[in-house]
Write a protein that binds this ligand. Structure first.
Ligand code: UDP
Length: 245
């Protein structure tokens, strides 16, 4: 049974990092297909407008709060989330657990150079993981069937999809019956973090819940995207007040 809090209509699991880690183990031991999504405030506000994205998020087996805004918003609903669990941290944990289990990994997304570097680093840092396929994230719709076929025949256990939202969520959902993996997770720019092409915010920013601010300093072009954070908080507050019984 999942223990979730519904924030602006999207179910988010009330898990801390250890509980998310336990879920990952459970998924890898089992045989079923599991979708893991890692929404932040931007993705949740997009999901309010894009109902298809919202429905997909609500069909996942695990949805973790990848953003301080999501944790803050959960408090309005009277059922606060325990902590922020980032997609980057959970992906690293999947690699660690997968390495111990000798899992097979397929990497889909990012630019070719970043993807190759990420594959190299994963092989070096997570001995035991078998990288059974890679495909960069710049493809046309016509190529999708062939990519799905490649994933299926690789017999991967884990699929990392780093295409950015909502592309990655829609891809995973559209092909869920054909992928043949145990875990498919949308990791946004996670491949760039794994390759070292993009850097995470220093610890200080992460602990203070200011990772968004660090990203804004590094990439001022994200400003418009980030105006979604206060909009999301306001929307969640209104939604929480009106959904009270
Ligand atoms: N990307 C991709 N194909 C596309 C568009 C984007 O593979 O058609 C990749 C891009 O190279 C980057 C990631 O998707 O690695 C998105 O990164 P971003 O930081 O924008 O994602 P976020 O984590 O903010 O969702």
């Amino acid at each position: 049974m999942r223990n979730t809090v519904e924030i602006v209509g999207i179910k988010v699991d009330k898990v801390d990092f250890l509980e998310a880690q336990a879920k990952v183990k459970e998924f890898l031991i089992g045989d079923a297909f599991n979708m893991i999504f890692t929404p932040n405030s931007e993705i949740l506000i997009d999901a309010v407008k894009d109902r298809q994205l919202g429905d997909i998020l609500n069909k996942a087996q695990l949805v973790i709060p990848d953003g301080i805004g999501v944790v803050i918003a959960s408090k309005f609903y009277g059922t606060p989330l325990k902590e922020r669990v980032t997609g980057v941290d959970l992906s690293a944990e999947i690699l660690r657990v997968g390495a111990a289990m000798g899992s097979r990994l397929f990497l889909l997304g990012a630019a070719q150079a970043s993807l190759e570097l990420a594959a190299e680093k994963i092989s070096k840092n997570y001995k035991g993981i078998h990288i059974v396929g890679t495909r960069n994230g710049y493809f046309s719709e016509d190529e999708e069937e062939e990519i799905v076929q490649e994933i299926q025949s690789s017999q991967a256990d884990i699929l990392f999809v780093g295409l950015g939202a909502p592309k990655q969520e829609k891809f995973i959902y559209q092909y869920k019956d054909k992928l043949g993996v145990k875990i498919a997770i949308g990791i946004g720019g996670g491949i760039d973090i794994l390759s070292g092409t993009a850097k995470r915010a220093p610890e200080f920013y992460q602990r203070a819940g200011l990772e968004w601010f660090y990203r804004l300093l590094k990439q001022p072009s994200r400003f418009m995207r980030m105006t979604k954070l206060p909009k999301f908080i306001l929307l969640a507050l209104i939604d929480a007040v009106f959904s009270r019984d």
